[in-house]
Structures are given as C-alpha cells and as structure tokens.
Design a protein around this ligand. Structure first.
Ligand code: ADE
Length: 230
C-alpha cells in the first residue's frame, strides 16, 4: 500500500492518531480536516469524519480523491453478537445499512432497491491482517463478522434481537457501511475495525459514556499494529 487512509468518527477515535502520526501537512475540505503524515514509516492520511452515514460518505469520497490506496476505519460500536463483551473487537467481513428499509415495496431490510450490491465486502487481505492482529492483541476476544450501520444509536434489547436475529450483525454503529459503499463504488479496498463500547441495550448510553475511551484505545491499537505489518 502506498498511502493508507484512516477514518474515525469522533475525537476519541482519532485522538491517538494525533499523538502518534508525524504530521507533515493538513488541509480542510467540506469542513473535514485531513492530516497527511507517516505512522511506522507508512504514508497515511487520517481524519475525523463526524458521526453518521452522510458525514462518513463525504469523508470517504474526499479521502479516495486525495489518492489513498485503501481505507481503515477505527472506532467504537454496540455489540449485537452475545459473545462480545465491552472492549472486544469486530473486524468487518461485510457491511450493511440496517436503516435502509424499503420493506413496504417488498425489498428485504438493508437492501438498496435496484442496486446489485447492498452488502459490501471488506478486502480479504485486510480482513486477514486484522483478524491476525486481533488474535495477537486480544486473544479470544474478537469476531470477524457483519457490521451494521444506521443513523441510529441502538439502545434496546428488542432492536438488538431484530438486528442480530434478522440481519446477523456482529455489531451496530453509524458509519461503516457508508464508508464501505463509497469504497465499493470506487474499487477501493477497506476494512472496518470496531471495539465494543456497549451492548446496544438499555444500558448502552451509560456504557457508551463510560467505555468509549477504552474501546477507542483498543481499536486504535489494532490500527497501530496493522500499520506495522502493511
Ligand atoms: N456506537 C457505539 N455504540 C453504538 C450503539 N449502541 N448504536 C450505534 N452506534 C454505536
């Protein structure tokens, strides 16, 4: 990889990039600041997209326009898979927008009408690298699976059951599938790395406040270790 793009949605998620990347230059486009520099000798561009699918999509397209060869996303998520505990890691195999809902027209939940692909496949090489690193850093505490994205903070058992039973999501967050779709449209390899800040249930808002820093740190350790091996 020549230049690696790294996105986080919130300040907590990119804080350690500010600390570890040797930044050579920066510029702002569409209100998003892009930092160009090096991390473990690799050329990187990183940025904070902001929360939600529209922010993530705009951010990703601009990052691809800036010439990155692949995109890594780092951040936190709500666990859907009951095996996952707070702090555990999900590596995306695929991503779906769970709030894409044209079921009244007969399309299954998450399916984008009149479009060939609605489940966006992460780059196998990046998935392999990430799962290797997660087993090294967090043995027995990671899952490779489906990342579900929507412009909703999930905070109820009913919704968890719907997303886990219905769509078989490993975790729920608010950006991954938008990044994934833009990457797919551009032919850019990607992988989404998420650490669990909560279990998307009735305690999710409290857990999110408490564990976002720790979970962001876990996700960032993944990115750091992956960079050394890319
Ligand atoms: N990010 C972290 N926790 C989340 C949740 N419960 N729902 C959506 N996005 C999240």
């Amino acid at each position: 990889w020549n230049t690696i793009g790294i996105i986080g949605a919130m300040d907590e998620e990119i804080k350690q990039l500010h600390e570890h990347v040797e930044v050579a230059s920066q510029y702002t486009q569409a209100g998003i600041t892009y930092y160009k520099g090096t991390l473990h000798g690799r050329s990187v561009i990183y940025c904070k997209s902001g929360v939600g699918k529209v922010n993530a999509a705009v951010c990703t397209q601009l990052l691809i326009g800036a010439g990155v060869d692949c995109i890594l996303f780092t951040g936190v998520a709500g666990a859907l898979d009951p095996r996952l505990q707070i702090g555990d890691i999900v590596v995306s195999t695929t991503c779906i927008q769970h709030d894409m809902d044209c079921t009244p027209l007969g399309f299954p939940q998450g399916v984008i009408p009149y479009q060939e692909v609605s489940e966006f496949v992460a780059d196998p090489e990046l998935v392999k690298l990430a799962t290797g690193v997660s087993e090294l850093l967090f043995p027995g505490r990671s899952v490779a699976g489906k990342v579900l994205s929507g412009d909703q903070f999930i905070a109820s058992r009913d919704k968890v059951n719907e997303l886990y039973e219905g769509l078989r999501g490993a975790c729920a967050e608010m950006e991954g599938a938008a990044v994934a779709q833009v990457c797919q449209m551009n032919g850019t390899p990607f992988v989404i790395i998420r650490s669990m800040s909560d279990k998307a249930d009735g305690s999710a808002h409290v857990n999110f406040e408490e564990f976002t820093v720790k979970a962001s740190d876990h996700s960032m350790r993944m990115i750091d270790e992956m960079l050394k091996r890319m």
